[in-house]
Write a protein that binds this ligand. Sequence first.
Ligand SMILES: *[C@@H]1O[C@H](CO)[C@@H](O)[C@H](O)[C@H]1NC(C)=O
Ligand SMILES: *[C@@H]1O[C@H](CO)[C@@H](O)[C@H](O)[C@H]1NC(C)=O
Ligand SMILES: *[C@@H]1O[C@H](CO)[C@@H](O)[C@H](O)[C@H]1NC(C)=O
Length: 536
Amino acid sequence: MPARICVLLLLLCLVSFCCGSNKPGEVLLVIACPPYTLHARSECSALSHSVLEQQRALVLTGILPGDFVLNVHLMHELFNHWTLLDALPHLSGQARVLGARTEWIIWCQHNTRVSSLRGLLEQLRRQDPRELSFYGHALYDAEATIIHHFSNHKDPQRFPYPMLSAGVIFTGALLRRLADLVASTGHNITVHSDFSIDASYELARFIFDNVPPAPHISTPISGGIMLKSASYICPTAASVPHRKVACVLHAQPEEPLTLGQRRHGCLHTTTGSHIYFAIKTCAKFHKERIPIIERTWAADARNRRYYSDVADVGIPTISTGIPNVQTGHCAKTMAILQLSLKDIGEQLDIRWLMLVDDDTLLSVPRVSALLCRHNATELVYLGQRYGYRLHAPDGFNYHTGGAGIVLSLPLVRLIVERCSCPSASAPDDMILGYCLQALGVPAIPAAGMHQARPQDYAGELLQLQPPLSFHKFWNTDPEHTYRRWLGGSLVNRSAPLEAHKEQPAAGPLHTVMGRHSLAAGFRLLQATGLGKHLDL
Ligand SMILES: *[C@@H]1O[C@H](CO)[C@@H](O)[C@H](O)[C@H]1NC(C)=O
Ligand SMILES: *[C@@H]1O[C@H](CO)[C@@H](O)[C@H](O)[C@H]1NC(C)=O
Ligand SMILES: *[C@@H]1O[C@H](CO)[C@@H](O)[C@H](O)[C@H]1NC(C)=O
C-alpha cells in the first residue's frame, strides 16, 4: 500500500477514534442465494465481489470508514433458508450475524445489483435507523390472488409488498423486533398460514399484522408497519427516465434462456424430445381441457401422455386404475410415475419426466433450455418451490403441482421405489416434497414456473424472466396466455399421439381411503413418521 494512503488511513482511524465515542454503526448486506444452481451461485459471488470492490474504493477515497462498517454475508454459506422470517432465528442466533449494533440490513437476492454502494450509504445516512421501518420497491396486487391466500385484506391494491430481487432495506430495530417475535413462538403472533408461497408478501403481512407503528405515526391502512416505497430501489437498472433519484439498488432481469449456449452453462443440448410429459387429467375434463393443450404446447411435446381415471381411445388417454378424487391425487400421481417408467422403457433419448396438470400451460423450448443446465443422470427435482411449516422441525419444501414438476429419470425410479401415499387423496405434490426431503433430494427452485395465472402476479415480477409455465384456465383465455406470455403460436394439428398399448394399472395403490382435506392428509402424514420404506 502506498505510504501516503497508509498515513491517510491512520489519520482517519485516529479521527474516528478521538471524535467518536459513538462507534460507527454496522451495515449488513445479506445475499440470499438459492443453493444447488451454479448459475445463481456465481451471480451471488459476483454481487458480493462487486460490493467489496466498491467498498475498497470508498475506503481508498476516505469515504469509508465513516459512519458505517460494512459486512457482507452469503446466506448459503451460513444456512439454507429462502424466507427471511425463517432465517431470522439463525441470523440473530448462534451465527450472530445480526447484532445489537446492526443499524441497517440490506437483504439481496442472487439477481439483485448494487449499482452504487456510495449512493446507498448516502441514502442510509438520511434515514433513521432507530425507526421500525423497511424500504423497497413496492408491488401491489391488482386483485385478491390465490398466491396471497386470497387475502382481500382491506384493499389489495393498497397493500405494498417488496420486490425482493430489487433488494429490501430493514432497520436493525425492525429486524431485532421481528427476531424477538419469531423467537417467542408467540401466543400473540398472527401467522396466516403454514404455507410459504410468496415470501415477500408473507413477510410484509407478518410485519403489518404484528408490529404496530409508533403512536404518532399514521398509516394509510389501519394496522401495523407497512413497506416504505423507496425511489432509489428500482425494478430494473434504468427504470424511469428523468428520475430525480438515481437507482442504487435494482433487480437484474434474467437473460432469456436459449438453447445450447455454453456460456449459459449448458451441460447437454436438450429439446422437447428429451422430456416425457405426463399429463394428469380425468374424464370430466377430456373434452374441455385436452383440446387446449393440443392447440398450444403439445406441438413441442412429442412424448406426451394423458393419464386419466378412464381410458378414452379417442384422445387417447391411459387409465391409471385410480378413481378420481376432488383433491390430493397422491395415489394417482404415484401410479402415473410407475406407468410412465414402464412406458418410457428403454427409450434412451428420454432423460426427464415432467408431471403437469391438464390445465397447465408450458413453453417447452424454455423448459428445455432450463434443463440443459442440469445433469439428468443425477437426482434432480425442479419446479416452483413452496414451503410448508418451514419454522418447524418437520417443515419441508415442495414443488407445487400445477406449475409443473420436473424429475430426472433416476429420481423417478427412486420415488417409485421409496415413496408411497398415506392415503389415496393425500396432496401429491406435498407428499413428493416430504418424501424427497427425507431422501435428501433438494427442491431446486426454477424461476419462471407459475402455479397460477399471469394476472395473479405483479407485472414487474413477470418481467424478470421469460415465464416457463402458468396454471388454471379459470376466468382467463389460455390461448392468449400461451401466445402473450409463453412465446407460443397456435397450431391446428399437433403431432399425432400414437395409440397406447394398454398396461396393467399400478399394483399396490388401488386402495382409496376416503376423502381427506389437505389438513387431514397432513395429520395423517405427520402421524405416520418415517419407516425404512418411507411409508407416506
Ligand atoms: C398477549 O396479549 C395479551 C393482551 O393483548 C397480553 O395481556 C399478553 O401479555 C400477551 N402475551 C404475550 C406473550 O405477549
Ligand atoms: C453428470 O453426473 C454424473 C454423475 O454424478 C457425472 O459422472 C457426470 O460427469 C456429470 N456430467 C456432466 C456433464 O457434468
Ligand atoms: C388453422 O386453420 C385455419 C382454418 O383452416 C387457418 O385459417 C389458419 O391459418 C390455420 N392456422 C395455422 C397456424 O396453421
